[in-house]
Design a protein around this ligand. Structure first.
Ligand SMILES: [Zn+2]
Length: 168
């Protein structure tokens, strides 16, 4: 997924904010949105510092294992500091990261089983040489799904804004 992480993260974050009875404000919304694109922050690093990596998904920041460790560490922090907002924040962040990986799985894939298995697990163009090969992504249904996500999210934001839902 190229551009759809943010709108998908918006819907998940809105859902979790409601479900966990958190205030719908810029902080909780922002936290979820940042987490939804967190695994892709490495793109900036690779572009500016390291051009030898073929895909940013080869970087450890795109390995679910890395986030699993971070999740367990966060739970440990919560264990010693049992604040309700803390556990809700932890779930908000890692649910969005998980969604990111799920959305990246169909195309190119994700190294779900690293370090046990060092290959991309995906459906289309997995690791660029495996899976069902698609020549032009921009004529594929998954690309249209990304556009649809944006249209749906923009509509939802406008409706939410008109209702005045966002609190300070
Ligand atoms: Zn990604």
């Amino acid at each position: 997924m190229l551009i759809g992480h943010l709108p998908a993260g918006y819907f998940l974050t809105r859902y979790l904010i409601k479900k966990n009875k958190l205030p719908l404000n810029i902080w909780w919304l922002g936290l979820g949105l940042i987490a939804s694109i967190l695994p892709d922050f490495d793109i900036a690093y690779i572009v500016f510092h390291d051009t030898t990596v073929s895909s940013h998904r080869n970087y450890f920041t795109d390995y679910p294992f890395f986030y699993l460790l971070a999740f367990l560490m966060a739970l440990l922090v919560y264990f010693f500091n049992k604040k309700k907002w803390l556990i809700k924040g932890i779930y908000l962040i890692f649910a969005n990261v998980l969604l990111h990986f799920l959305l990246d799985t169909p195309f190119v894939g994700i190294k779900w089983l690293w370090p046990v298995y060092n290959k991309f697990i995906g459906i289309y163009n997995a690791g660029f040489t495996g899976g069902f090969l698609v020549g032009n992504y921009f004529t594929h249904w998954y690309w249209y799904l990304e556009i649809a996500l944006w249209l749906a999210a923009i509509t939802a934001v406008i409706i939410s804004y008109k209702k005045g839902e966002l609190k300070n």
